[in-house]
Design a protein around this ligand. Sequence first.
Ligand code: LMR
Length: 342
Amino acid sequence: MLKRKVLAVIVGAFVIVTLGIGCGTSKPANNGGKEAPIIVKFSHVTTADSPKGKSADKFKQLAEQKTNGKVKVEVYPSSQLYGDKEELEAVQAGNVHIIAPSVTKLVGMNPQFQYVDLPFLFPTKEAVYKFWETEENKKLMNSLDKFNLRGLAMWPNGFKQFTANKRPLVTPEDFKGLKFRTQAGKVLDAQFKALGAGSATIAFGETYAALQQGTVDGQENTFNNIDTQKYQEVQKYLTVTNHGRIDYMIIVNKTFWDKLPEDIRKALDEAMVEATKYAVQQADELDQKSMENLKKGGKMQFTEFTTEQLAVFQKTMESVYSQFESVIGKDIIDAAKKASKK
Ligand code: LMR
C-alpha cells in the first residue's frame, strides 16, 4: 500500500516536471551562478528573408536586448521545425512557444477567420490595418483563448495574386478545369469553384513540389511568397488581382506566457510592439521589391488588368459572400467594409 503511494507521488512529480518543461516554464537551471535564459521557440514557415522571417528575427533581437539576455529566442524559419498543421498543434502542446500562421490557417479553431479570404474584401492595406484595430478583430484574437493560445499581434505580408503554368489567366474562363493549391478552409475552395476551377489544400512547405509535379496547376500568393519560394521556376504566368490577403496572427502558448515573470512579459510585449512596426515597414518594402524581382527575372509572364477587367473577376467571385456570411458573421464583414471606407 505504502509502496503504491510512494510510486504515485513519484509519477505525479514526474508528470509535473515534464509538463513544466513542455511549456518551457521550468525554473531556469543554475549555470555557474548565472541563471540560464528562458528559451522562447518561434517557429514559422516562410524564409528568413521574408517579411515574417525578418520580423521574427527582429523580435528575437529586441527581446534579448530588452531582457538583458534573460530570454533567448530561437527562430526556426522555412517549416524547419513544423509545417502548417503541425505548428498549430505544437504551440498548443507547448513544444514551441510562438508561431505566426496566416489568418486563414486558424479556420479549424474558428471558421470566422475566413473573412480574410472573401474576394476583394479589402481595397487597400490601410483598410486591413484599420480593421485590425476594431473590436471585431480583438474578439477574433480572443477566440483563441479556449485553445490555450493568445493572439499577441498582427503582421502583414500582402495581397494575393494568381499564378498558373498552363495558360495566362486573363478571364475567368481561363480558370476552368485547372486545379489550384489553397492554404486552408472552405472559402478558398468556393472562390475557385466560382471561377470554375478545382482546389486542394497543400501545406506551404510542400507547395513548390506540388506545382513542380503538376499535382496542382496553380496557386495564389503574395509577390514576396512567390519570389522567396521560387515559384517562378515552376509557374509561367502571374495575374495581378490583389483579390485577397495573406497576413499573420502572432500566437503564443497562453500557459507559457501567463507564467512568465511580469517584468519579462512586459519586455516581450514591448519587443512585439516594435517588431510589429518593423513588420509593417518590411511587408511594404518587400512586396514592391519582390514584384520588381519577378518582373525583372523575366521567367513569369505578367497580366495586369484595367478596372473593367478586374470588375469581371469581382462579379464572378461575388457569390462567395452569400455562401459564407452566416459562417463568418455579418458583424465582421461589416467592420471590414467600414474600415475600407475612406
Ligand atoms: C501560404 O501558405 O501560402 C502562406 O500562408 C505562407 C505564409 O506563411 O505566408
